[in-house]
Design a protein around this ligand. Structure first.
Ligand code: SAH
Length: 367
C-alpha cells in the first residue's frame, strides 16, 4: 500500500483515492474481508475498533489474530488524510485542520466546541466549482470530488482528537456535522449521501451521530435537493441564498443563472414537507451589496409562513476582496425587518476568524 504522496505515477491532483473501509457499507465490508481470505465477521470486529473505539492502532485490536489485523489494515485502511497544519483559537475550543490527500490535494475541516455540543465543519470536495465571488474556495476552482471515506475520515479525525483529550475542555464526542467546509456537497451527491449514512448509522455500520445534528449546505442544485428530500435521511438542509432577487443572486451565486430563487425555494419547501425539518437559509451580509432594507423585506415575503430559519453570516472578507461585512446598524435593521415579517432569524457567531476561520482560506494560504 503506497504511503500518502507516493503515488507518483498518477496525475498529482486528480488521482482516485484508494478504497477504504469507510467507503463500504456493512455488506461490502464483509465481502471485502472474505475476498482477503478472512472470515466475514472480522469486518464487524474491525469496524467496531475503527468507529466505536476510534482505534487506528492494529496492536489494540486484540480480538483479531495478528495476521488478520495486518492484512485488513494494509488492504482496507490506507491513510487518506495526512495533517499539514493544525491551528487552534478561541482558547483551544476551535481547531482547524488542513489535510493533504493521497494525491496532494488539500482540504480543511474545523472542530468547534461549545458548552453543549461539538460541531465539525467538513469538506465534500477539494476546491469547488460553483465560483461564488465572495468565497475563497470558489476562487480556486474544483480539484476533485472527495470519496465517501475521505469525508467520513474528517469526522473520525475530530472524534479521535476529542477522545484523546487533545481539544480543550477534556474528552468529548462529535454531536454535529455541517457540510460547510470546501466544496458543494450536492455536486458530489453519491459520496455525500453515503457519508451521511455512515455518520448516522449505529455501530458497527457507522458513527451513530443523530441525523438531526447533520446539516448539508448547498448553493441550490434543485434536482439534488428534491432527491435528498426522499433519501429518508432527516438531515438539516441549508440553502445559501445570499440574495432574494435573481438579478443580484445571479452575480453572488452564479448557479442561480440555471436555477432561480423561486425554483430553489420551491425545492426547499418540498424538502421541509417531506422531512419535517426546518430549512436553514444562509445569507452572508455584504455591506451595500445585499443588506438593504428592501431586500430584507423581499426575503421576508418569500419565506414567511414556511418551515424556515434564516442564518445571517457577517461576510468574512477574502484577501483582496472589494467587499466587507455590513455595518452593525444595517445588520440590526435586516434582523428587525425579517422578524417584522414573522421569520425566525439568528446571526451566526464568527468563530475562528483569526485563523482564517472558514471558507477555504487556510487552503488558499497554503498553495
Ligand atoms: N457549497 C456549499 C457549502 C460550503 S460554504 C454552499 O454554498 O452552501 C458554507 C457557507 O459559507 C455557505 O453559505 C457560503 O455561502 C458561506 N460563505 C462562503 N464564503 C463566505 C465568506 N467569505 N463569508 C461568509 N460566508 C461565506
Amino acid at each position: 500500500m503506497p504511503k500518502p504522496g507516493e503515488l507518483i505515477f498518477e496525475s498529482p491532483r486528480r488521482g482516485k483515492p484508494p478504497v477504504h473501509l469507510m467507503d463500504l457499507d456493512p455488506a461490502e465490508r464483509k465481502k471485502a474481508v472474505t475476498d482477503l481470505g478472512l472470515p466475514g465477521f472480522r469486518a464487524d470486529q474491525v469496524s467496531r475498533h475503527w468507529l466505536s473505539r476510534l482505534s487506528d492502532d492494529p496492536q489494540e485490536w486484540s480480538d483479531l489474530p495478528e495476521g488478520a489485523r495486518e492484512t485488513i489494515r494494509a488492504a482496507l485502511l490506507p491513510t487518506l488524510l495526512t495533517p499539514v497544519r493544525t491551528i487552534a483559537c478561541d482558547e483551544g475550543t476551535t481547531v482547524k485542520s488542513l489535510w493533504r490527500l493521497h494525491d496532494g490535494a488539500l482540504v480543511e475541516s474545523v472542530l468547534m466546541r461549545y458548552p453543549e455540543r461539538v460541531t465539525m465543519c467538513i469538506s465534500s470536495q477539494a476546491g469547488c466549482g460553483m465560483n461564488c465571488p465572495f468565497c475563497a474556495t470558489g476562487q480556486a476552482g474544483l480539484t476533485r470530488n472527495l470519496s465517501t471515506a475521505e469525508i467520513v475520515e474528517q469526522v473520525i479525525a475530530g472524534a479521535r482528537a476529542l477522545q484523546h483529550g487533545e481539544v480543550d475542555g477534556g474528552p468529548g464526542r462529535v454531536t454535529n456535522v455541517v457540510f460547510m467546509g470546501m466544496g458543494e456537497p450536492l455536486a458530489n451527491y453519491r459520496a455525500v449521501v453515503a457519508a451521511v449514512r455512515r455518520l448516522v448509522e449505529p455501530s458497527p455500520a457507522g458513527l451513530g451521530i443523530s441525523a438531526r445534528g447533520i446539516t448539508v449546505s448547498t448553493v441550490g442544485l434543485v434536482p439534488r435537493i428534491r432527491e435528498l428530500a426522499h433519501e429518508g435521511l432527516p438531515v438539516t438542509l441549508a440553502v445559501s441564498l445570499h440574495a432574494p432577487d435573481d438579478a443580484l443572486r445571479d452575480t453572488l451565486v452564479p448557479v442561480n443563472t440555471r436555477w432561480k430563487v423561486r425554483e430553489v425555494l420551491d425545492a426547499a419547501w418540498e424538502y421541509a414537507r417531506s422531512t419535517h425539518r426546518r430549512v436553514s437559509i444562509e445569507y452572508a451580509l455584504i455591506k451595500d451589496v445585499n443588506d438593504q432594507r428592501w431586500r430584507a423585506e423581499l426575503l421576508g415575503d418569500l419565506l414567511a409562513g414556511h418551515l424556515v430559519h434564516v442564518n445571517l453570516i457577517p461576510l468574512n472578507p477574502t484577501p483582496g476582496s472589494k467587499w466587507t461585512a455590513s455595518r452593525p446598524e444595517d445588520e440590526r435593521a435586516f434582523v428587525r425587518a425579517l422578524k417584522g415579517k414573522g421569520v425566525a432569524v439568528t446571526v451566526r457567531d464568527t468563530r475562528g476568524r483569526e485563523i482564517d476561520g472558514a471558507c477555504g482560506q487556510l487552503a488558499a494560504a497554503n498553495p
